[in-house]
Design a protein around this ligand. Structure first.
Ligand code: AHM
Ligand code: MG
Length: 339
């Protein structure tokens, strides 16, 4: 039987054979994976670890934080701050950026994360996950090691050097891209290591499955209403086929299903809060997922533009999201641009 390929071996091969990554990025990804293992353990303990329930705090977006949101955030910071591979971190759960403290060596990368996505599912034992994105520092004067500025984080998604997520479900699965396709690793709990289980994830171009929170239908814009209405008409409608619907309310779980069997995920702008561009965050959710989806042959837009080209003006910027099977994403995007 062929020997199993661990995450470490996969990354070493990406470094030596393919030249896609340098040692500091390899170290960074190993450390993030280690942090995900620790988060997975905390998630698994649930009520036995006293990790369920609210934390009586709010994040900068006014959302109530859960205990596990805060634990996962701390695990990621503690794991990553001392290794010398990072200059700073930013998180959905922190108001501003977290520069690596002066007592530690400073690296060239910036790490962004949603430490525990799908928070509303924590207490009900449904899949949740960690999403992460890696950027390279952009200093005005690269010969100086200046303190990191928040503006250095405001890079469009196409400048990511690595992106991934870890889904904590019946299995713990890490899904990763360094720009050479998408690889999937399953956590072997006995061995304590991530093992490569798919090295060429491909999202089918067509699908009969869509994911959207239908309870917001009356608030949507016309292009989204039209797209979903046509799906709902099934065989008798203009699409000529029946569609199925899924909505886990954990983006990580919904995207993981799309990575596995195709589909389209949508979280559009809606009229509930017209000044808010969408619910999901560009830097911690949309951009890493968009790059993963593109690397697996799918597509991702904000309704009119390629997600990875959306200009970034704020760290906690929100954005409408359409991603998944290419032909469906192109269809709903075309409804936005032609209506
Ligand atoms: P979170 O990062 O605070 O958990 O919020 C993001 C989540 C996504 O995972 C999911 O797709 C969406 O919010 C669900 O929203 P809703 O409850 O409106 O359906
Ligand atoms: Mg989230």
């Amino acid at each position: 039987m062929a020997s199993k390929v661990s995450l470490t071996r996969y990354l070493v091969e990406q470094q030596h054979q393919k030249g896609h990554i340098q040692p500091p990025l390899r170290l960074l990804l190993e450390v993030v994976a280690r942090a995900c293992k620790r988060i997975s353990q905390a998630v698994n303990k649930g009520a036995l670890g006293d990790v369920l329930g609210g934390a009586d705090t709010e994040n900068i977006q006014g959302e109530t934080q859960k205990k596990l949101d805060i634990i996962a955030n701390e695990v990621l910071i503690e794991a990553n701050e001392w290794g010398g591979h990072l200059a700073a971190m930013a998180s959905e759960e922190m108001d501003s950026i977290y520069p690596v403290p002066n007592r530690y060596p400073m690296g060239e990368f910036l790490l962004l994360f949603d430490p525990l996505d799908g928070s509303s599912n924590i207490d009900v034992n449904v899949s949740i996950g960690t999403i992460f994105s890696v950027l390279r520092r952009v200093q005005e004067d690269p010969t100086q090691v200046d303190p990191v500025k928040e503006s250095e984080f405001l890079q469009p998604g196409h400048q990511q050097v690595a992106a991934g997520y870890c889904v904590y479900g019946p299995q713990t699965t890490l899904v990763l891209t360094v720009g050479d396709g998408v690889a999937m690793f399953t956590l072997d709990r006995e061995q304590g290591s991530f093992v490569l289980t798919d090295d060429n994830v491909q999202i089918p171009a067509d699908t009969k499955e869509f994911a959207i929170n239908m309870s917001n239908m009356r608030h949507w814009d016309e292009p989204v209403k039209r797209y979903v209405d046509e799906c709902l008409q099934g065989k008798e409608g203009p699409r000529g086929k029946d569609f199925n619907m899924r909505w886990v309310a954990s983006m990580v779980a919904d995207v993981h299903r799309i990575m596995t069997r195709g589909g389209i995920f949508m979280y559009p702008w809606d009229k509930r809060e017209p000044n808010k561009p969408g619910k999901l965050r560009l830097m911690y959710e949309a951009n890493p997922m968009a790059w993963l989806v593109e690397q697996a042959g799918g597509a991702a837009t904000d309704g009119t533009r390629r997600m990875l080209d959306v200009p970034v003006t704020q760290l906690h910027q929100r954005v409408p999201v359409f991603l998944g099977s290419r032909n469906e994403v192109e269809r709903v995007t075309s409804y936005h641009t032609t209506l």
